[in-house]
Ligand binder design. Structure first.
Ligand SMILES: Cc1ncc(COP(=O)(O)O)c(C=O)c1O
Length: 388
């Protein structure tokens, strides 16, 4: 190879979804029909009225142009209005930057908060992209261990013990990927106060927040929420627009101002067509979002019912609309090996637990976004019938 690749990156885990998709390519054709429980993507289409709205905009010359780095003012205003409805938020447009998905919002957040060598506390099991990004930037992920009894919910006393002078943030995902569990609002307030006491950020990734019926928390009602809270949001799942890369970063105006240096040099702006889609969504689709939340809720209850019938050696530890976190019965196999076995012998594609943090080889993550109600009983049957 003629040029040098950053050696440090070789020590960072490979994206797990790409890894299991590589298994698929090598799969013999005669196996059972695939049930894909691997990626958290809603299987339904975006709202038809949203698509029709965008079709008209495609003919307008401005649609193909850049926008301001942080996004169009009218879109950020419309998003703020939605946060007022959803969170009773005291939020202004200059506290928002629209991003290419929650993924890019996360990069903005950590690059603005941390230097190489700093520490970020994550609750295990954590979303695999988070340690991947932190490690790529030589920021140390410090894992709060998974506690099965708490269904992976963070314990403020445990987190408190992990805080050091190098800690810059507590990073939490609610509802969780991979457990599906939501952090109760009172516990989030406690964690917010803990972060505030230590003058570190509470970074909350709320990618799945729109799949929870009630107001997810009260943190945005605190007048100076932005002195501690940094929120990462994705509208990819909310509006079934994962390919549009619709996300945002919410933080203090000063943090957003500093983050714009990264934004400008990274993507310049969220694509304008995505901003148009987002504006349409936040102004018109609250009922559509509610209907899909109910659909996902319904699928989730069907799944829990089918999966927990007697005779299943896989144990459901925690779950929510998008995910189930399951203990597998193969004591000699890692999560990765158990996931491979499920693909080879049952045609089920899922992820091994260890990609969500150290010591989690005994678990599997099942993503429920892809399975329609017709397939759920068959998926549960395959878990039940695999020889152990
Ligand atoms: C917790 C969490 N954060 C962020 C993302 C990425 O979201 P986006 O597609 O908006 O970048 C995902 C996607 O699965 C996720 O599960």
């Amino acid at each position: 190879m003629p040029y040098h690749i950053n050696d440090h990156l070789r020590s960072v885990n490979f994206p797990p979804i790409s890894e299991v998709k590589e298994w698929l390519a090598a799969r013999p054709e005669e196996g059972p029909e695939l049930i894909d429980l691997c990626q958290a993507v809603p299987d339904y289409a975006p709202a038809p009225e949203l698509i029709n709205h965008l079709k008209v905009l495609l003919d307008e010359p401005t649609t193909s142009r850049y926008t301001p780095d942080e996004g169009l003012p009218e879109v950020r205003r419309a998003v703020c209005d939605r946060y007022k409805r959803r969170y009773a938020a005291k939020m202004e447009p200059n506290q928002l930057c629209l991003t290419a998905g929650a993924s890019q919002a996360f990069w903005l957040a950590i690059m603005t908060l941390c230097h190489a060598g700093d520490e970020v506390i994550l609750q295990a099991p954590c979303y695999f992209d988070h340690p991947m990004a932190l490690e790529s930037l030589r920021i140390k992920p410090v894992f709060a261990p998974f506690d099965e009894e708490r269904k992976g919910l963070p314990d403020p006393a445990v987190i408190n013990r992990l805080i050091t002078p190098r800690t810059r943030a507590i990073l939490l995902v609610t509802p969780s990927n991979p457990t599906g569990a939501s952090i109760p609002p009172a516990l989030l307030t406690e964690l917010y106060l803990l972060a505030r006491k230590h003058r570190i950020a509470l970074v909350l990734d709320e990618t799945y927040a729109d799949f929870v019926a009630s107001q997810p928390h009260e943190l945005f009602t605190i007048p100076d929420w932005h002195s501690t809270l940094v929120q990462i949001m994705s509208f990819g799942k909310t509006y079934a627009l994962t390919g549009y890369r619709a996300g945002l970063l919410a933080a203090s105006d000063e943090m957003i101002r500093q983050a714009l240096k990264i934004q400008d040099s990274m993507v310049v702006c969220q694509p304008r067509i995505t901003q148009m889609a987002l504006k349409y969504g936040v102004e018109n689709l609250d009922d559509w979002v509610d209907a899909n939340r109910l659909l996902m809720d319904f699928r989730h209850s069907l799944f829990v019912h089918a999966f927990t019938q007697p005779g299943n050696h896989f144990r459901l530890v925690a779950s929510g609309s998008f995910f189930a976190w399951v203990r597998h019965p193969f004591s000699r196999l890692t999560g990765r090996q158990a996931a491979k076995k499920m693909l080879d012998e049952a045609g089920i594609l899922c992820l091994g637990g260890e990609v969500f943090g150290p010591g989690l080889e005994g678990y599997l993550r099942l993503a429920l976004g892809n399975i329609s109600k017709e397939i759920i009983p068959e998926a549960a049957r395959r878990f039940r019938s695999i020889p152990i």
